[in-house]
Design a protein around this ligand. Structure first.
Ligand code: AVJ
Length: 322
């Protein structure tokens, strides 16, 4: 046994039973896979923040430039005094940058991580004392209902960053239908969508020169070691990312550099050299294909703003008559 192997030896699982069962089922599937949510432990979240600063990763700065260039137009569409509901708010910075223009009556940031959210919101309350704020720690992966503390009128859901891209199109429709169910006829949606473009640009955005995205992907193995008591040796795996034009998505995988066996609490699997674990999909749309998806979810797209190169879109949609 090498020293490296000794260092990655199995420790007890820290995840709950359902998490370990979900991870085990994915790892044992003919095409091994893990949910992209496992990319985000505390180091993973910081690596994602670093990705957003990379020259190759255009979505964050392109979306920010669209908000900066078209903020007034966006605010005209939405109007002031709305109930702004931020799905996956994180540090709330994107929504906060729109407050001066949007002047929402109430801001409702939703995130899975309560501590992170509460900290961000208490800072925001000081900066924008006239906006009512109701932070919600909610898991949006299933059906959800908003508590009575959330104003029912003029709900505008905010879903920036192209997070919608992690869903397969049929899942995205199901998710946006659940959003639609939480709005009345005066409701709307402001969403960031990454667009189809030259494959070389896409490939570079998900396989950057200094290897931050590779570290982000590989860190998932450390997270699974922690959650499932697995014994992944990170050095035995390599980051693979490419644009799959047929499916219109970036795929991220981890590929075994050598034949190996991985053990975890309650299971094990042998991987051949070159075998992969599919770790993330990031779907890319055209403004038309996404408007079509919105329609299937009960929304009518009424405005789209893009950058000059047409790399990213911010779309506004109104709740269509149910
Ligand atoms: C957070 C899902 C929008 O798909 O671009 C970035 C995640 N993965 N680099 C994306 C991600 C690799 C990101 N989203």
């Amino acid at each position: 046994m090498s020293d490296m192997t000794a260092m990655t030896a199995m420790t007890g699982p820290h995840g709950d039973r359902a998490t370990i069962a979900e991870l085990g089922a994915g790892l044992l599937a003919p095409q091994a896979r893990t949910s992209p949510k496992y990319l985000y432990d505390s180091l993973g979240s910081r690596l994602f923040e670093a990705i957003c600063e990379l020259p190759e990763y255009y979505p964050t700065r392109t979306e920010a430039a669209i908000f900066a260039a078209h903020g007034a137009d966006i605010a005209r569409r939405i109007g002031t005094g709305s109930t702004l509901i931020d799905l996956g708010a994180g540090n709330c910075a994107k929504a906060a940058s729109l407050f001066p223009l949007l002047q929402p009556q109430q801001y409702v940031p939703i995130d899975i991580s309560r501590d992170f959210l509460n900290e961000a919101v208490s800072r925001l309350r000081q900066r924008f004392p006239s906006i009512a704020m109701t932070a919600l720690a909610l898991d949006l992966s299933g059906p959800f209902a908003l508590p009575p503390a959330v104003n029912a009128a003029r709900r505008v859901f905010f879903y920036p960053g192209s997070s919608i891209g992690n869903f397969a199109p049929h899942e995205a429709i199901a998710f946006l239908r659940r959003v639609r169910e939480n709005t009345s006829a005066d409701g709307g949606l402001l969403i960031g969508v990454d667009l189809v473009k030259d494959a070389a640009v896409l490939d570079a955005a998900y396989d950057d020169a200094i290897g931050v995205t590779a570290a982000f992907n590989l860190n998932m193995l450390r997270h699974v070691n922690h959650l499932a008591g697995a014994d992944f040796d990170v050095r035995q795996w390599r980051h693979v990312a490419f644009f799959n034009a047929e499916e219109s998505r970036i795929e991220m995988h981890l590929e075994a550099r050598t034949a190996l066996t991985v053990r975890w609490a309650g299971g094990e699997r042998r991987f051949a050299r070159g075998e992969r674990i599919h770790t993330e999909d990031s779907y890319k749309y055209t403004p038309d294909s996404f408007a079509d998806l919105l329609a299937q979810a009960g929304f009518a797209a009424d405005a789209v703003w893009t950058d000059d190169a047409g790399w990213f879109a911010v779309m506004h949609a109104r709740a269509a008559a149910a």
